[in-house]
Design a protein around this ligand. Structure first.
Ligand SMILES: [Zn+2]
Length: 222
């Protein structure tokens, strides 16, 4: 496809050009195109590969389901639990749970998907890492940090330690989703403080561990 080829968005019928969603758009599995605006109507949890599995009919079904999600979240969702790092209003929330309905959503995202407890089929934690500096002074400081991080992370089940010669820059709680027509995985990123502020590191490790335990026990409650 040439850069100036015009395609029509299957969602809204508008022409997709270089200036209108050419780069923010998606191509579905059946070859139909979505403009950037119509992609925004979809769940933010959808990856490129998820779009590739969708047809035009799937997209239309998904948009209806998203509207129902918005309605449920606005009108029915009762926040009974918050998983967050830090205290109270100053903390950073990651997950809101509704134990009454057996629903959960990601906190801190616009327009969240409402998942049932049963849809959380598994959880794992992935770490983002950087190689330790080759500069001796920097490396010594980084190793001190790694030691501190590992001593804290070791006390929280499910939180990975730094691999040899690496330091962890962030953790990603990856929740496997089952029983959803299009969403296969939800990623909840937690950035890891690079300074030696123990309190922050401890809270970041604790909240990751709390999420792991939360998602591990969900299916039994769902
Ligand atoms: Zn569109």
């Amino acid at each position: 496809m040439g850069l100036f080829d015009k395609k029509t968005c299957t969602g809204c019928g508008k022409k997709i050009g270089v200036l209108s969603g050419f780069f923010s758009g998606q191509t579905l599995g059946d070859g139909s195109k979505l403009c950037g605006e119509c992609v925004k109507k979809c769940s933010s949890e959808l990856r490129d590969a998820d779009f590739k599995r969708m047809t035009e009919a799937d997209f239309l079904q998904h948009v209806v389901a998203r509207d129902e999600d918005r309605r449920r979240y606005a009108q029915e969702f009762v926040r009974t639990r918050t998983i967050q790092s830090g205290d109270g209003a100053l903390g950073t929330p990651y997950v809101y749970a509704d134990d009454t309905h057996g629903w959960w959503v990601r906190a801190n995202v616009n327009d969240p998907d409402v998942f049932t407890y049963k849809q959380a089929a598994g959880v794992m934690v992935e770490s983002q890492t950087m190689t330790l500096s080759s500069d001796e002074d920097r490396r010594r400081r980084e190793m001190e940090w790694v030691q501190l991080y590992n001593s804290i992370a070791g006390g929280y089940p499910g939180v990975p330690l730094c691999p040899p010669n690496k330091r962890i820059t962030g953790l990603k709680v990856k929740v496997t989703i089952t029983g959803h027509p299009f969403i296969t995985e939800v990623n909840i990123p937690v950035s890891i403080n690079a300074t030696n502020v123990q309190m922050l590191l401890r809270e970041e490790c604790r909240v990751v561990s709390e999420m792991v335990q939360f998602f591990m026990t969900l299916r039994m409650q769902g």
